[in-house]
Design a binder for this molecule. Structure first.
Ligand code: DHE
Length: 543
């Protein structure tokens, strides 16, 4: 089965990893240093997201030299020029790459992949800074903002987050962070926000200051997507962890200062064929409520690690064999079971965090993408966790109550049809009667610029479409509507209208009960908003 347009839009972005040596292999076609250098840069911009930094393959096929040399230069040129039905873009016939670039790339791929530098304790410590020492921070909240209702909003292309007051909808402050922050997570107390940039920079923001401000920063690699903080009783606010794409590793840190404590490599064997993978990227991380553990998804090997932070010198890690290409996921409503997508394996893995083992591996349709998922009570099947998908229009409900509904637990109990594929996130709230499903990567603008909303009480009735981007009234641009997030009270849902970097974007706030527009938050400083994380909901895993 081929990759869809949506998947390519999703995974084909540039890698932050660039600084590598020239590696010339005598068996490969000769090329000049400048051709090599140009191809290397192009590879990281256009190819690494799908084929991997070391070309071992992920969404895209492996492109290691023994494979590419067997194919030869002409075959590779044709593939790069015209693409493939399997999802490889037609870089040549679309005009994105010129003939010379295609020839050079076909040669480059026959040389050994240059390995980007490692990033160990010395490099992390060099980049680690405590901006406000713990003893100089406030001892109580100094501003009059209802910080539990702050939304931390990623301003993707400006390298910032905006903290927006969920009550007044005013921007409290905008903070310079790493590039293209991927997620924000909050400490258990709700005082601190941790952001992780694509460039693996971590920023720690103290919400007690007036205005909230950065108190520490670090960098845990060259490219990253995940960060989390300890939530187990007795360890609240104590530790942080961040997972890197490159180098393949995660880093345990002091929660209040980001001081790096321990780096753990994720290189190792894949779960199925048990062969060595040099680049298993760290995907979603959640904090266990049952044990002093972080639950770490390792993408390419398909392993879920339960990393116990009680004794870091004698680190206990339980390795759960799940399925390859683990990506995102979240808790069921009891916060005992972690449900996570092995996206390219078309499976949802369920971890019992209390018993510390795999509970189920559920087959679902093409490329599930839950974000953290949505928990709700199905009128017929009881408690369920919901995911949508990138590869098709299905919204899949999975039973999550092994005590009262053991026959339905960890089974697909209901499948709804949404607006189309290219969905990234679903959302509901314990107080809501609605289930929201976005479709930002659907190729049809009328679909990518609106959301579907279902009545949970009567799911079979179908969905209503709300034209969120049209409500924002922004003029030109792609205007993808992405990632619903509730306010603290569970009465409003916020959507990002993610426009081009030089175009106007907005956040649209909708009344959850009436499904009517409450407010369009517009400001020239809201550049490319994507993820939004409400402090209360993030602390309490409400979704
Ligand atoms: Fe994400 C979550 C990786 C593209 C917005 N994204 C995640 C997580 C991972 C991930 C591993 C889970 C983190 C966690 O829970 O600990 N995302 C990746 C990629 O590798 C990918 C495919 C390509 C890339 O180059 O980054 C990618 N993601 C995107 C986007 O294009 C999105 C839509 C816009 C953006 O800001 O870059 C995007 N990803 C998000 C958001 C979340 C996320 C908003 C958190 C959702 C939530 O509610 O928890």
């Amino acid at each position: 089965p081929g990759a869809t347009e949506s998947e390519l839009a999703y995974e084909g972005g540039p890698s932050q990893v660039t600084s590598t040596e020239m590696v010339i292999s005598p068996e490969a076609p000769t090329m000049t240093r400048s051709q090599y250098e140009h191809s290397r840069q192009l590879y990281f911009q256009r190819c690494a997201g799908c084929h991997g930094v070391l070309r071992k393959g992920a969404t895209g096929k492996p492109l290691t030299p023994e494979i590419t040399r067997a194919k030869g230069t002409d075959y590779l040129k044709a593939l790069i020029r015209y693409g493939s039905p399997g999802g490889m873009p037609n870089w040549g016939s679309s005009g994105e790459l010129g003939e010379d670039e295609i020839t050079a790339m076909a040669k480059f791929l026959q040389h050994e992949p240059p390995s980007p530098p490692e990033f160990g304790m010395a490099e992390i410590r060099e980049n680690w800074r405590v901006l406000v020492p713990v003893d100089q921070r406030p001892t109580r909240k100094e501003n009059d903002v209802d910080i539990a209702n702050i939304f931390s909003v990623t301003l993707r292309d400006s390298g910032e987050v905006a903290l927006i007051d969920g009550n007044t909808k005013e921007i409290v402050t905008i903070i310079k962070t790493g590039y293209a922050v991927h997620i924000s997570r909050t400490s258990h107390s709700g005082r601190y926000i941790y952001t992780i940039g694509r460039d693996a920079k971590i920023d720690l923001i103290d919400l007690w200051m007036d205005p909230p401000q950065k108190v520490a920063e670090s960098k845990i690699g060259l490219e990253a997507r995940s960060v989390e903080t300890s939530k187990y009783k007795g360890y609240e606010d104590r530790y942080a962890v961040a997972g890197a794409y490159w180098p393949p590793q995660f880093v345990l840190m002091d929660g209040a200062t980001l001081e790096p404590l321990k780096i753990v490599s994720t290189r190792g064997m894949t779960v199925d064929t048990q062969e060595y993978h040099p680049e298993p990227r760290v995907a979603a991380i959640v904090a266990s409520h049952q044990h002093p553990e972080f639950i770490v998804n390792v993408k390419e090997t398909g392993k879920i690690l339960l990393v116990n932070y009680r004794d870091m010198e004698n680190l206990k890690v339980i390795t759960i064999d799940a399925a390859r290409y683990l990506h995102d996921g979240g808790w069921d409503s009891s916060k005992r079971y972690f449900l996570t997508a092995a996206n390219k394996s078309d499976r949802i893995a369920v971890v019992d965090s209390r018993e510390q083992r795999l509970e189920a591996l559920i087959p679902v349709d093409k490329i599930p993408h839950p974000g953290r998922g949505a928990n709700l009570i199905d009128p017929e099947f009881g408690p369920v966790w919901v995911t949508s998908a990138l590869g098709n229009d299905k919204v899949t409900f999975i039973g999550t109550d092994p005590v009262k509904r053991p026959d339905l637990a960890w089974k697909v109990v209901r499948v709804l049809h949404g607006q189309g594929g290219g969905s990234l996130f679903v959302k509901s709230h314990p107080k809501s009667k609605n289930l929201w499903v976005d479709t930002p990567l659907n190729p049809d603008p009328s679909v990518s610029q609106s959301v579907a909303v279902y009545d949970i009480g009567r799911p079979e009735k179908g969905f209503e479409v709300l034209p969120i981007a049209a409500w924002a009234d922004l003029g030109e641009g792609p205007k993808r509507v992405v990632q619903p997030e509730y306010n603290k009270q569970g009465t409003e849902v916020w959507f990002s209208v993610w426009n081009g970097k030089d175009q106007q974007s907005a956040i649209v706030v909708v009344d959850d009960k009436t499904r009517e527009l409450v407010k369009v938050i517009k400001n020239p400083r809201l550049v490319t908003p994507t993820g939004k994380f409400n402090v209360f909901n993030t602390v309490n895993d409400v979704y």
